[in-house]
Design a protein around this ligand. Structure first.
Ligand SMILES: NC(=O)c1ccc[n+]([C@@H]2O[C@H](COP(=O)([O-])OP(=O)(O)OC[C@H]3O[C@@H](n4cnc5c(N)ncnc54)[C@H](OP(=O)(O)O)[C@@H]3O)[C@@H](O)[C@H]2O)c1
Length: 171
C-alpha cells in the first residue's frame, strides 16, 4: 500500500526554509508511530532540511534528479525517478509486507499523485509563515473518502491543537 502522510496549517502551509513551521511533539509521535517499521520516502530538499538524519526503525528512501547526489550515510536508498521507486517497491512488497509512506515535501505529493491508497493528513489549528504549500491541485482530496478524524487539543508541550484525518482512496 502507498500512503501519504503530512501536516498542514489552516492555509495548507507545510514548510518554511527547509523545515517544519511548528514544533508539535505529539504530532511527531503520531508520525513516528504510524511510520515505524515501514519504508519512508522523502524529497532531497526535505532530507537535506533534516541534515540528512535517518529516522531509526524505518527504511529511508530519498528522491533526487541528481545522479551524483551524495549522502553522509549509507543507510539511505537513493532513486532518480518515481517510476524507479515504484518498480523497487513492487519487487520488495511481497517479501517485506512494508507499506511505502510518502512523507513529503510538496514535490513528492505531486510526483506520486494517482498512486496513493491512503492518506494521513494533520491539520494544525493556526496560520503560520512559510514558503511551501501542500499541492492541492495535484493530490485531490475529493478522490478520497474520509474514514477517521481525531482531535488532539493543545497542551503544555503542544502549543497548537491539531486534527488527524485518515482518508482511503475511492479507486
Ligand atoms: N509538514 C509536513 O508534513 C512536511 C513533510 C515533509 C516536508 N515538509 C517541508 O517541505 C519543504 C520541502 O518541500 P519541497 O517540495 O520544497 O521539496 P521536497 O519534495 O522535499 O524535495 C524536492 C526535490 O526532490 C527531487 N525531486 C522532485 N521531483 C522529482 C522527480 N520526479 N524525480 C526525481 N527527483 C525529484 C528534486 O531533488 P534534486 O534537486 O536533488 O534533484 C527536488 O529538488 C521543507 O520545508 C520541509 O520541511 C513538510
Amino acid at each position: 500500500m502507498i500512503v501519504g502522510i503530512w501536516a498542514e496549517d489552516e492555509q495548507g502551509l507545510i514548510g518554511v526554509k527547509g523545515t517544519l513551521p511548528w514544533s508539535l511533539p505529539a504530532e511527531l509521535q503520531h508520525f513516528k508511530k504510524t511510520t515505524m517499521g515501514q519504508a519512508i520516502l522523502m524529497g532531497r530538499k526535505t532530507f537535506d532540511g533534516m541534515h540528512q538524519r535517518v529516522l531509526p526503525g524505518r527504511t529511508t528512501i530519498v528522491l533526487t534528479r541528481d545522479p551524483a547526489y551524495q549522502t553522509a550515510t549509507s543507510d539511505v536508498r537513493l532513486f532518480n525517478s518515481p517510476d524507479d521507486v515504484l518498480a523497487w517497491y513492487q519487487s520488495q512488497a511481497a517479501d517485506q509486507a512494508k507499506d511505502l509512506y510518502i512523507i513529503g515535501g510538496a514535490e513528492m505529493f505531486k510526483a506520486f499523485q494517482g498512486h496513493f491508497d491512503r492518506l494521513y493528513r494533520t491539520i494544525v489549528a493556526g496560520k503560520f509563515e512559510g514558503d511551501t504549500y501542500f499541492p492541492q491541485d495535484a493530490l485531490r482530496l475529493e478522490q478520497f473518502e474520509e474514514v477517521a478524524s481525531r482531535v488532539h487539543p493543545a497542551d503544555e508541550q503542544n502549543a497548537y491543537a491539531f486534527t488527524i484525518k485518515t482518508y482511503e482512496s475511492k479507486k
